[in-house]
Design a protein around this ligand. Sequence first.
Ligand SMILES: NC(=O)c1ccc[n+]([C@@H]2O[C@H](COP(=O)([O-])OP(=O)(O)OC[C@H]3O[C@@H](n4cnc5c(N)ncnc54)[C@H](OP(=O)(O)O)[C@@H]3O)[C@@H](O)[C@H]2O)c1
Length: 341
Amino acid sequence: MSADGYTVAVAGATGAVGREMLRMLDEQNFPIRRLVPLASARSAGLKMDFRGTEVEVAELTKKSFAGVDLALFSAGGARAKEFAPAAVDSGCVVVDNSSAWRMDDDCPLVVPEVNAAALEGHKGIIANPNCSTIQMVLPLQVLHELGGLKRVIVSTYQSASGAGQSGIEELLDGARKSLAGEEMPAEVFPHPLAFDSIPHIGSFEPSGYTNEEEKMLFETRKILGLPELASSATCVRVPVVRGHLESVTADLERPVSAADARAAMERFPGLVVMDDPANAVYPLARDCVNRRETFVGRLREDNTLPATLHFWVVSDNLWKGAAWNAVQIAEELHNRGWMRV
Ligand SMILES: NC(=O)c1ccc[n+]([C@@H]2O[C@H](COP(=O)([O-])OP(=O)(O)OC[C@H]3O[C@@H](n4cnc5c(N)ncnc54)[C@H](OP(=O)(O)O)[C@@H]3O)[C@@H](O)[C@H]2O)c1
């Protein structure tokens, strides 16, 4: 870093996540000397606003990272595989949002409130977990500290923006077309999404799970440091523009009351408890949009099993699930003096 801050590149700056990264970097007052927005050749020359000035988008190439200190990647797995090593070779630290590096033993997979210490000794590439995993591991970490986590069952209700800008557009276009009695598009999603829900995110594996569901299992184990954790996910796309919602069941080693779990979650950084069901208070997607926190409600003990708790967890997939978590990682690296390869 020079005296007036870092040179920061955002690869995928024009996408649903990349645009939010620019906003987060701006709002956080992160020490930035120069911002370098990168995208595909299609977007080269486009002007974007950053801290009141116009910055021009350049095409992402292996030469994009000369003089860059930090690169936030949100340009998909193929681009992360191709360009992140070149960025590291140029002396740049990479925080990648795709799944390309998450399970690599040399790459920390980090949710700062849970395992920031895993950043120590990083080798240049740090992975941001899957959006559905990030919001789930915050309350799970609390329950693990209280009662020892044995097994997790989760059903997700994931918004259209989880599939990027084109996912948002397909949902909105489909809703308009459906109301007009026209045929709805299904190019981004396997079926028309408007007014329906689709239990199919990613591609199906021989196990019968989708790769999105398997990511939740493997990433949760890695972040929580519980390689044997039993877990099963069902990932569902719902016609919500922004915000992922999840119903989670946690089996613990020892009984923990819902009251104790609630109190501990209220104290945990980044978590907000919204849990007064008698007054219809529980988190909705609209409560979490443009919020950095993760929201928990419907926290309750199981009717029949003594050491099982259930809860509902909601967060903004474009913020805590992606851009904000990445910027938090950058802040941790800066504050701990680890912004170097
Ligand atoms: N959406 C979420 O909730 C979420 C959450 C966590 C992680 N992620 C991950 O973040 C990444 C981006 O997701 P998104 O939702 O922002 O997708 P998106 O809206 O489709 O944006 C994709 C970005 O990648 C760029 N890009 C595409 N092909 C490229 C190429 N050949 N060379 C350089 N840049 C290229 C696009 O540039 P152009 O505009 O020029 O095409 C755009 O800036 C993905 O890896 C995704 O898995 C997304």
